[in-house]
Design a protein. Structure first.
Length: 729
């Protein structure tokens, strides 16, 4: 959409019909028969509890939609109730208020005249004065009126408080008919219930209501908000000094207030403070769940290490025979040494870069367990990683959540120390993606009589959630670690794997020039120092050059991986450009800030166990039914249905973030690198992106940006106490 007028326009008129309405967010597309305008006006935005026939006053900005033309984007709205007797009779008689039809409307207006609506609103007990309306009918009318106006009242309240109307649905779902009273009494109650944005919403309301900045509820909410923000940045805890600094500089809260309310939260059990010295500044401050998880992981692992393992009677010749018989694989000496080591410990870590044979080892270890009649479970942190593990091992693998019997309704895991996983061995692939909370739930569900093997590449990006589990376990030197360093001959010939290892070591990649002018090679760099030229180059590669060079499907086989979402080389803009160029289908709907067409490549954004679709799964939209308000997506030859109100779980996936690509592999990967992305230009991010490609990897951008990424080998430090706990510190 393109703004064509930055000044607010106000129109008044009758709501003719509602084209689309999202019950969760109240996002609405509607037609207004406005005064002084011949044709109905399309309005889009957040409106609640409005019905056809009602009179509205809407202010907003004009925008031009590529398919539907000019429309008004709603900034504010209000329902203008009729004031005349005839207008009130027509309004109530339209059926807008459940329980009031034309007959009841006439009786009400005959009795109360122009005061009818005011009496229903403020003194509903007077409804009993109307002939034919008893207690039950009066109560029904009152309830219907309140229900109809509740959402509207809340939305008006939030608008007055300067809060986005899009939060109205969430707040109403949380607090129901008491929403306005609850928010007026203590707006900071929503900090726990609306992660991320909750504190800013609460603070906006509190300022409008005249709450003091040093009010205890505000300070406590601020501390919890900062800890949640820290968790979003990967930290398991924050130092007291950071909390003091942020409270002072960003939220104007003094030192003594921070100390008092931190102690209050500690005493009430909402947070945990680990004393490191006599001064709060050096203390580690945890949200309670993260403290219990980190402490629980350390205790459980130390218990594992204390339980002796009956050694498997395996010699190199026996291992070789078993693996050759089961898999027809010839193991290297390094792999044989690792397998013997793994079978000597109850818990072990296998790590190595691409092409070093991690998957071969997983298959071999599983085959040996089979030969002894042992039950083995394979799992990975994400659905796509589990699916890939199944494909390359030929064995059933599942997500860790599914292995633990996650119940999406109550948010708990069925498997725990009282109901453990029934397996002699559990192998977790892509272990670098496992965060603190998931590791805690996993480790306590594996019996100490079992064997746990973690497989991963510590040079890849860490988990999206807080913690740096694999790196901390290796760094503790408490867990046996087996390193794979030898690159196998076939992999050694791959420029992608060669350059991935060069990048890991901070060396400049070796780029091969195309064999023919205008062509590409397996690992190629296109220098372009102007960020606004990146998108056209990617477009040309996807539409013409790559399909001509290797016969790839531009939508299915090519994946653009960008370090950031914003900017002209970010995922948001690239998705818009690629969707327009690669998908000519006209049918388009808008939801949750994105536009969707039939044929679109889309990504599911969070685990949904009812639909059996998981965070990072990529599928293709096969149909959009505007009448049924549903959209169908094909995931790996399985059709999944989405109601329009569920489309916030989907995002266009022509371009995705490097973080979202973890655990996946694509035939062709294109990586834009511009200096504007300097905040996220890190060696491990570039390494992760490169290792996602199986046939072709193309970097586009400036050599300066590439140089920044290679030299930045200090990823943002993640605060975690796991390594120290394992070492008794």
């Amino acid at each position: 959409m393109i703004d064509i007028d930055h000044h607010l326009t106000t129109i008044e008129g009758c709501l003719e019909n509602i084209t689309y309405f999202n019950e969760e967010t109240h996002y609405t597309i509607a037609k207004i028969r406005a005064r002084g305008i011949e044709n109905p006006v399309t309005v889009v935005g957040f409106m609640a509890a409005v019905s056809p026939g009602e009179s509205l006053k809407i202010s907003g900005n004009w925008e031009t939609h590529p398919r539907y033309g000019e429309q008004l984007k709603i900034k504010t709205f209000e329902v203008t109730l009729p004031a005349t007797v005839e207008g009130i009779k027509k309004y109530l008689g339209s059926g807008i208020i459940k329980g009031i039809g034309p007959s009841a409307a006439s009786k009400l207006v005959d009795c109360f005249g122009p005061l009818t609506l005011e009496i229903i609103e403020k003194t509903p007990e007077r409804l009993l004065e109307v002939v034919g309306i008893g207690k039950a009918k009066a109560a029904s009318i009152t309830d219907a009126w309140q229900s109809h106006h509740l959402v509207r009242s809340l939305m008006n309240f939030l608008q007055d408080m300067g809060v986005k109307a899009s939060y109205c649905g969430k707040i109403l779902k949380l607090y129901g008919e008491d929403s306005i009273k609850i928010l007026s009494d203590n707006p900071y109650c929503i900090v726990k219930d609306i992660p991320g944005a909750g504190f800013y919403i609460a603070d906006a309301i509190a300022r409008k209501l005249g709450f003091a900045q040093d009010r205890p509820e505000r300070i406590r909410a601020c501390i919890l908000h900062l800890l949640e923000q820290g968790a979003n940045d990967g930290h398991v805890f924050l130092y007291g000094s950071k909390i003091i600094e942020k409270c002072r500089d960003t939220f104007e809260i003094g030192y003594d207030y921070v100390i008092d309310e931190t102690n209050y939260l500690f005493e009430s059990g909402e947070i945990f403070i680990e004393k490191i010295s006599r001064h709060f500044e050096t203390d580690a401050v945890y949200l309670k769940d993260f403290y219990l998880a980190e402490k629980g992981i350390a205790e459980r692992l130390l218990t594992y290490l204390s339980v002796p393992l009956a050694p498997f009677p395996l010699h190199s010749d026996e291992i070789t025979q078993k693996v050759q018989k089961k898999l027809a694989i010839q193991l290297s000496q390094e792999q044989l040494d690792v397998i013997k080591g793994v079978f000597s410990h109850r818990i072990a870590i296998i790590t190595g870069g691409p092409g070093t044979g991690k998957t071969t080892l997983v298959r071999s270890v599983a085959a040996i367990f089979d030969s002894f009649g042992k039950k083995i479970e394979l799992a990975a942190p994400t659905g796509r990683a589990a699916r890939r593990l199944t494909e390359i091992t030929g064995r059933k693998a599942q997500t860790i959540h599914r292995l633990l019997g996650y119940n999406a309704i109550d948010g708990f895991f069925d498997k725990d120390q009282d109901n453990p996983i029934e397996a002699d061995a559990v192998i977790i692939d892509e272990a670098s993606m496992v965060d603190t909370l998931l590791m805690y739930n996993l480790i306590r569900a594996i019996p100490v009589s079992s064997v746990l093997i973690l497989v991963g590449d510590i040079f890849q990006l860490p988990s999206v959630g807080p913690g740096n589990i694999l790196s901390d376990l290796i760094g503790s030197k408490k867990i046996p670690v087996f390193y794979l360093s030898k690159i196998f001959r076939q992999a050694d010939e791959s420029p992608i794997i060669i350059n991935a290892h060069r990048v890991r070591q901070g060396e400049f990649p070796v780029f091969k020039e195309p064999d023919e002018p205008g062509g590409i090679s397996e690992f190629y760099f296109i220098e372009q120092n102007k960020p606004d030229r990146i998108a056209p180059l990617i477009l040309e590669l996807c539409k013409k050059i790559i399909p001509r060079y290797c016969g790839c499907n531009p939508v299915e086989d090519i994946q653009v991986l960008a370090p950031m979402h914003k900017g002209v080389a970010g995922t948001i803009y690239l998705n818009q450009v690629l969707q327009k160029a690669l998908n000519p289908n006209p049918l388009l709907i808008e939801a949750a800030g994105s536009r969707f067409k039939e044929g679109d490549k889309v990504m599911h954004l969070k685990n949904n166990y009812q639909k059996e679709v998981f965070n990072g799964d990529i599928g293709f939209i096969v149909s959009i039914d505007e009448k049924k308000k549903e959209l169908l997506v094909n995931y790996y030859d399985r059709i999944v249905e989405y109601g329009f109100e569920e489309l916030d779980e989907l995002s266009p996936a022509y371009a995705i973030s490097v973080h979202k690509s973890q655990g996946s592999e694509y035939p062709v990967v294109i990586i834009p690198l511009v200096t504007e992305h300097y905040m996220l230009l890190q060696r491990n991010l570039l390494y992760t992106a490169i290792t996602r490609g199986s046939r072709i990897v193309i970097l586009i951008g400036s050599k300066k940006a590439l140089d920044i990424a290679l030299k930045n080998d200090k990823p943002r430090e993640r605060l975690s106490g796991l390594k120290n706990r394992l070492n008794g510190r």
